[in-house]
Each structure stands twice: as structure tokens, then as C-alpha cells.
Design a protein around this ligand. Structure first.
Ligand code: GTP
Length: 242
């Protein structure tokens, strides 16, 4: 099997928007290839800003963002897009069939590949229960699907593109426990063979992560496994009231 790729490293990253103040103030973080790491922190801590830098939607004021050891500023856009699968909170669905939405970015995919990806993402069952199954047309903003269903479509879409690194901004919207369990199984399948960096809002996601980074005031305040951080009794323990 080919080596697992998708390692991420932030070295001394300082970042702010336009001429605004620093939002990230000297951030150091490493996600080794093959691991799943979670980023948590209160509102405004800089979680989404961190993801923006990895995706190169923005560049740091100081410091470096490395993907597999190469500064993302030195990677071409095609290499960067090919290596990273991004699932945002606000899943982008266009007016078209579920199948076409799944195959976005992989128009060459066969029906078998599309359905296999949907199965892995725990999306196959609800798709086949739709009036026209995979041929069901979803609206421009996917209103016919729930938030949890939209995220599973986006995860299936990411599986189809087979990126080395999955960057996920977990949806904050409340879902029932059954949907949460389905999303969790989906996430576990997607991250089993690749590297993942997740802004996590659900306890189940955070618990399962190899390492959790707790951001506060634009810095890493704590890092460790769920058990380690609970034991430490700091910000993390308070965030989840565990
Ligand atoms: P939540 O998504 O609310 O959990 O917060 P977060 O931890 O993801 O923080 P985020 O990175 O979104 O924001 C960090 C700081 O940057 C906050 O003070 C925001 O107000 C600010 N910020 C975020 N996006 C922008 C932007 O597009 N422009 C400007 N000027 N500031 C921004």
C-alpha cells in the first residue's frame, strides 16, 4: 500500500484579517499522517481561521503552514486541491440530482463508485429512501435534505475524491442522537485510511480523535487525548463539563 500522506504542520503562525488585529498569535500544531485531530475552543478562538490557512484561503502574517513537509505557498493550486478534501459547515449543493452532487469534482465516477462512497458515508440508506433515489433533484441550497444528510453527502463527495487530508468544519446545528451516530460512523470510515483535521462541535468526534487541540485567544492552550485533558481539569474539561 502507498504511504499515508496528508501530514499538517503549523509553525509559529501569526494571522489576522486585512489590517485587523492578530487572531492567531504564534500557533504551533502538528497532525502526523494517518491521524485524526480535533480542534476545539470557544467562539472566536480562531478555529475557522486555522482551517482557512491550511486550505490557503488566507496566508499567515508570520510563520509557515506545511503539508507533507512542503510550505503550502510553494505547492501549486492543483496539488493543494488534489490533496485536501474540505467539508464546510455550510455544505455546497447545486440544483441537480443527488448523484451529480455526489460526483462533483469526480464527473468520471461510475454509479458503482458513487454508491460505494455513499455507503461508506452512511448516506446510501437515506438516499434510496428519497422519492427518486439517486436521481432525486435537490434544490440550490439542498433544502430537501436535513443538515445531517447534507454533511453525509459532503463526506461521500470527499471519499470519492480520495484526498490525502480531510479538513472538516463540523456542522454546529443540532441533530438527533441517531443522526449524530450516523455522522460519526461516516466520519470514522472516511478518516480510517487518511489524515483528518476536524473543527469539532460534537463530543463523540472529539472523544475519538487521536489528539485534541484546545485553542484560546489565538493560541494552543492545551493539547492531548480526551482522557489526558479531562485528567488535567483545564479548559477542555470545562468546555464539555465532563
Ligand atoms: P466560531 O466559528 O464562532 O466557533 O469561532 P472560531 O473559533 O472559528 O473563530 P474564527 O476563526 O471564526 O474567528 C476568530 C476571530 O477572527 C474573531 O474575532 C472573528 O471576529 C474574526 N474574524 C473571523 N472571520 C473574519 C473575517 O472574515 N474578517 C475579519 N475582519 N475578522 C474575522
Amino acid at each position: 500500500a502507498p504511504p499515508v500522506r496528508g501530514s499538517v504542520e503549523l509553525r509559529g503562525v501569526r494571522f489576522g484579517y486585512a489590517d485587523g488585529p492578530d487572531v492567531l498569535r504564534g500557533l504551533d500544531l502538528v497532525v502526523p499522517a494517518g491521524q485524526t485531530h480535533a480542534v476545539v475552543g470557544s467562539t472566536g478562538a480562531g478555529k475557522s481561521s486555522l482551517l482557512r490557512l491550511v486550505l490557503r484561503f488566507s496566508d499567515p502574517r508570520e510563520g509557515q503552514v506545511l503539508l507533507d513537509g512542503t510550505d503550502v505557498r510553494e505547492l501549486g493550486w492543483d496539488a493543494l486541491r488534489g490533496a485536501i478534501g474540505y467539508v464546510s459547515q455550510d455544505v455546497f449543493l447545486f440544483h441537480g440530482t443527488v448523484r451529480d452532487n455526489l460526483a462533483y469534482g469526480r464527473v468520471d465516477a461510475t454509479d458503482e463508485q458513487v454508491q460505494e462512497a455513499a455507503r461508506q458515508a452512511e448516506a446510501h440508506a437515506f438516499i434510496t429512501a428519497l422519492p427518486q433515489g439517486y436521481d432525486t433533484v435537490v434544490g440550490e441550497r439542498g433544502q430537501t435534505l436535513s443538515g445531517g444528510q447534507r454533511q453525509r453527502i459532503a463526506l461521500a463527495r470527499a471519499i470519492l475524491r480520495d484526498p490525502a487530508l480531510l479538513v472538516l468544519d463540523e456542522a454546529t446545528s443540532a441533530v438527533d442522537t441517531e443522526t449524530e451516530a450516523a455522522i460519526q460512523r461516516s466520519l470514522a470510515a472516511v478518516t480510517a485510511s487518511r489524515t483528518a483535521l476536524v473543527v469539532a462541535h460534537r463530543l463523540s468526534t472529539v472523544r475519538d480523535a487521536d489528539r485534541i487541540w484546545v485553542l484560546a485567544d489565538g493560541r494552543v492552550a492545551e493539547a492531548g487525548s480526551h482522557d489526558e485533558l479531562v485528567e488535567a481539569g483545564g479548559i477542555y474539561a470545562g468546555l464539555w463539563a465532563v
